[in-house]
Design a binder for this molecule. Sequence first.
Ligand code: ASP
Length: 438
Amino acid sequence: MKKIVAKFGGTSLADAEHFRRIKDIITADPDRRYIVASAPGKRFPEDIKVTDMLISCYEKAANNEPFAPLLNEIKQRFQDIVDGLELDFPLEPEFKILHDHLSDSPELDYMASRGEYLNSRILADYLGFHFVDPEWCVSFHASGDFDEPLTKRTLGAALRPLNHAVIAGFYGADSNGKIHTFSRGGSDVTGSLAACAVDADLYENWTDVSGLLAADPRIVPSPKSVEYLSYRELRTLSYMGASVLHTDAVLPASEKGIPINIRNTDRPEDHGTMIVRRLPKGEPHYPVTGVAGRLGMTVIQVEKVMVSDGSGFSAVMLDILKNRNLPFEQCLTGIDTITLVIRSDLLADCKEDLLSEIRSVLKPDFLGIKENLSMIAVVGEKSTESSDANIQVLYALKKANIEISTINQGAGKLNLLIGVPEDRYEEAVNVIYSTIDQ
Ligand code: ASP
């Protein structure tokens, strides 16, 4: 029998109607045996996620403000789900525990985690599956850092003996039993860890979109959704701002080559996006997989005759950044130049200082700085192998009269990174997208 880990996000578990829908999805494939649940999300656009309500409740308690009315609202959210599913799930004692906790010495992570805890217990009840509390099998250090090696052992040991289980996403605990959470959206990470722990054949991530879109829909009207994507492509697109999966959720599944399938709970008939180690053989459907970008970049250009003569000029330049704990996005070197792309917000307090250090240490022939740039990643493992797609993209930008500040493509040819002025960013993304979707 195959094993599928299916993670359902907040909107997929926002109300009783969605619980019913996901029960249909789960029972439609008996291989869907391990279910990871988020806290109830938004039921309509102006709604508030239960996790946000729990965090507000914590803040009120921590500031000695009245928290009981808000705690009651949260209870009502769960009560509506329980009643809508006609379950006999006792919420009173659970909320008494929360009330006592808030009245005593409230903890942020504990409160933030309770949405996942309660929703998963209700879902387990509704499905007739075992409930697995990550408090016992997702491990954190006392510092709050995630303990991956220990979790890999304990999570497998907790899940494997069970045929069917619901595990709460987003949190775990340290050896003293103190609850810690991943960063927001972290149930995706729990799902990937669970898939890795049970050696799943597939990790399904059910959300409210039919997969990853090839471009940001706030910039490009109705972009296509991507059918196949490699783990490497996904990491680049997520890093550049495309959001469909928590960035840390790729690694655990990818270590074992477990495919990740992004699916839409409201449209289960859609195949969604399949994220795999190697793309299927044959011609890619589209010349480029996707385009994403980031605003707020600065380019520093250092020129000196014979930069690349082996005297360690580039190493000294990078040491200057390292000693200042200043990460860079890209470093391009030419015969006589080094070009660095750095996030502008990181330079806000140290720009002049950094430039004068470069001047005094490296004594460059020319030192230039360009601000207000954006970086666009044109991602396509297969297509950027051939130069045709690159030529099309660059030619389209030229035709639109968009100045290109930097171009970067490593030998890995995973993506083409292009720097353009911030005020032409959206136009550039549209121009590039038009070369994808032909
Ligand atoms: N409920 C948490 C959040 O809203 C975690 C998650 O949904 O993955 O961030």
